[in-house]
Ligand binder design. Structure first.
Ligand code: ZN
Length: 413
């Protein structure tokens, strides 16, 4: 998931870099906040307008959209050159993601009503959706070695450039921002507070050989992640939260007023943020454990939602499939940043195979949670059993990745 790029300024050695996202609180005062607010709204109004044009004309690629709509976009919404380019990029990226999701079956099979509905409508951007800023519209001033300068940013707005707005971040994050090249940053407003999510390139830790095998991770719905060590602590808390949210949602859905709808939207966003926080926590913990014990991490190669996950409510499917993909992505990039080996394995029959004797049988899986081998009497938690199989396949896969010529059957992940 994390993008790799080689550092060209050092031709002798190739340094691999991974992107890390740093969250920074922005503290505008008085009219500065008004200017930021107007800017975010204008950029998102522009994005929604552009999205409708691109959708209507079937022009979904960045380059083509820029050629066709750039002058009108600037003129209509009073955007400077660079913000206009960023808006075009944002809309084109959103359509790329939408198409990728559709191709992965996340909106249901071709011809399904949900998929048709999703693809028939242009993407609409919320007034306060995140807006990317690059070095030409946003500059950073970091404290000097004596610490006698505050950390600030200068940022382009509809009402001119705002200079030296104070920022707050964790000391470690400030140090990262002060010593690394900062890439694109997203401006976000949340509950009246302003944030920048800055992308920083950090050198990738050298890959550690997984001398003690692999931690297998089974991603699921009841337990969002079960490891081959039997760790599945985080699932319960997330599911409790989801159930509570679902109850609240039901109550709100019963009322068909506009304020209830607004609250619902707010709640859905909150739910996503919560899932993101949980995914960060879970992935961090798994990577730390693999690193500590000299192991790699193995997950299943998943295309869309797998067959053993049966979902009824489309809304729930959206959050889950999205959360699934996100957790896989977090695991991949955190492992990479820590130098932990990461592989994706063939998912076939991981839930029906006995991790003790290798016997494959549908009847092995007694229920959602219970695995009981019909051949060797092994009994265990179903997800834990699956995670064990994934761990074992990880070792095999790693051998194949390291000797690519010996493994013509699978492509390297
Ligand atoms: Zn068995």
């Amino acid at each position: 998931m994390a993008k790799r790029s080689s550092d060209l300024s050092v031709p002798a050695v190739t340094v691999l870099l991974v992107k890390q996202v740093v969250k920074v609180r922005v503290l505008p005062v008085g009219l500065e906040a008004v200017a930021l607010d107007a800017t975010l709204r204008a950029c998102n109004n522009a994005a929604s307008w552009l999205s409708a044009q691109m959708h209507a004309d079937g022009v979904l690629r960045k380059h083509d959209a820029q050629k066709r709509f750039y002058p009108e976009l600037r003129q209509r919404f009073g955007l400077s050159a660079q913000p206009a380019v960023r808006v075009i990029g944002k809309v084109a990226d959103a359509y790329t993601t939408l198409r990728a999701n559709a191709a992965a079956g996340n909106y249901g099979p071709p011809g399904s009503r949900r998929r048709i509905t999703v693809l028939a409508k242009p993407i609409v951007f919320r007034d306060d959706a995140a807006q990317p800023f690059d070095a030409r519209c946003l500059s950073w001033q970091m404290p000097n070695v004596f610490g006698d300068r505050e950390a600030t940013v200068s940022i382009w707005t509809m009402h001119g450039r705002l200079r030296k707005i104070r920022i707050l971040a964790a000391p470690g994050d400030l140090a990262l921002l002060g010593t690394r090249k900062i890439g694109e940053s997203d401006l976000v407003q949340r509950d009246g507070k302003w944030f920048l999510y800055a992308t920083v390139n950090v050198p990738e830790a050298p890959l550690t050989e997984p001398v003690n095998g692999f931690v297998g991770v089974d991603l699921g719905i009841v337990n969002i992640a079960t490891t081959s060590d039997g760790d599945r602590a985080a699932g319960a808390c997330l599911n409790r939260y989801r159930k509570r949210q679902a109850r609240l949602r039901k109550r709100l859905q019963a009322k068909k007023t506009s304020s209830a709808r607004r609250l619902l939207r707010k709640r859905r966003r909150k739910e996503r943020r919560f899932a993101t926080d949980v995914n960060h926590y879970v992935s961090k913990r798994i990577v730390a454990e693999a690193e500590r014990t000299g192991r790699g991490i193995a997950v299943e190669q998943l295309g869309g939602i797998r067959d053993r996950v049966r979902l009824r409510k489309p809304q729930r499917a959206t959050l889950h499939s999205w959360a699934f993909a996100q957790l896989g992505g977090f695991l991949a990039y955190k492992a990479q940043a820590a130098g932990v080996a990461f592989v994706k394995v063939d998912p076939a029959h991981t839930s029906q195979t006995c991790s003790a004797c290798g016997w494959v049988d549908k009847r092995n899986r007694r229920s959602q949670s219970v695995f009981e081998c019909v051949r060797c009497d092994f009994v265990g938690h179903a997800d834990h059993n699956a995670a064990n199989n994934i761990a074992e396949r990880g070792v095999v896969r790693w051998g194949e990745v390291m000797r690519p010529h010996a493994a013509p059957t699978l492509t390297a992940s």
